[in-house]
Design a protein around this ligand. Structure first.
Ligand code: ATP
Ligand code: ZN
Length: 297
């Protein structure tokens, strides 16, 4: 097999997305031989290799055809789509991945009484996301100065180089430490699988399809729970009505107890203690909530 018959996935070498991305790929059945201090990891089972790079470089590497897929924050992908030249290969968000959640937000000094975007007119806003911020301001007809900084955006107001900032926020702790508060949200972000808008028409395209199917299974499984319980036939309707997400349960007879049934249901999402207690009140007993290991629909 020629080297470029193999699929390449770029991901962050070291940072917030590294561990969850590797874990996700592992769950998709991909394992890699090289140690992680190298840039390149050779895939063992499937012909899929890894490139470990800075997250900011990932969209560019896909656009240049150095790799076919990348795991990167929506914030980085969308910024690239807005700022890349028109000649650059258009990129697509193939799947949201459910980790690395954060928001790209406007934050203002505590004493700034922010109510609406128009108050930002004539102000200087520091950001590492000039593309996303510029588009957001334009859509709202706000003319503000955009000060582009590579990092440490949150100290710009204190230094007097900006009046407000536009930066990533997760808990808001960094903002509080800098006497800032979140005023408006531009983008809800999470890690995504990014790829070219048109996939290669060779084996690599088929590998992407295969990977997407496995990924869908992994994501669905991660959010699924198998609920098992016993209930008297008479309570069946009441119990079924309380099942989270309203799945259609499978019913099985219980040996030696003709008026009892065992019920099995695949629920989308967490089943809480409170829901279990409600279901128990409706007549159920012997209840189990099990994680789902693998699923192929
Ligand atoms: P490098 O450029 O060296 O790869 P980085 O410093 O740009 O690393 P991280 O801080 O690890 O990157 O963040 C990577 C991604 O994690 C961000 O682009 C964003 O999508 C997501 N993220 C989640 N929460 C946060 C947060 N609180 N602050 C910054 N990024 C966050
Ligand atoms: Zn980065």
């Amino acid at each position: 097999m020629k080297p470029r018959d193999r699929l390449r996935i770029a991901m962050q070498k070291s940072g917030r997305l590294t561990e969850p991305a590797l874990e996700l790929l592992k769950r998709c059945g991909l394992t890699f031989r090289q140690s992680r201090d190298k840039l390149f990891c050779f895939g063992e089972g499937e012909p899929v290799d890894l490139l470990l790079v800075r997250d900011d470089d990932i969209p560019g590497l896909i656009a240049q055809g150095v790799c076919e897929l990348g795991i990167v924050g929506r914030n980085v992908l969308d910024e690239f789509r807005l700022t890349a030249g028109r000649e650059s290969e258009p990129l697509a968000e193939l799947r949201p991945l459910g980790f690395g959640r954060c928001r790209l937000s406007i934050a203002v000094p505590q004493e700034f009484d922010y109510r609406e975007p128009s108050q930002l007119s004539g102000q200087r806003i520091a950001t590492s996301y000039p593309g996303l911020l510029g588009a957001w301001l334009r859509e709202r007809g706000v003319e503000a100065g955009v000060v582009t900084l590579a990092g440490s955006v949150e100290i710009a107001p204190k230094l007097g180089t900006a009046d407000a900032i536009c930066d990533l926020v997760q808990s808001g702790g960094t903002l509080v430490a800098n006497q800032l508060r979140e005023a408006d949200v531009l983008l809800e972000s999470e890690a995504v699988l990014a790829g070219p808008q048109s996939l290669p028409a060779d084996e690599r395209g088929d590998l992407v399809e295969l990977l997407l199917k496995r990924l869908d299974g992994v994501i669905q499984v991660r959010e699924s729970r198998l609920l098992l319980l016993q209930a008297p036939r008479a309570a069946l309707e009441a119990v079924t009505r309380l099942l989270p997400g309203g799945p259609q349960p499978t019913l099985l007879p219980v040996a030696g107890q003709p008026d009892q049934l065992m019920l099995q249901a695949l629920c989308a999402g967490e089943v809480s203690w409170r829901q279990l207690e409600e279901i128990k009140k409706a007549g159920a007993r012997e209840m189990f909530v099990l994680p789902v290991e693998k699923m192929l629909a």
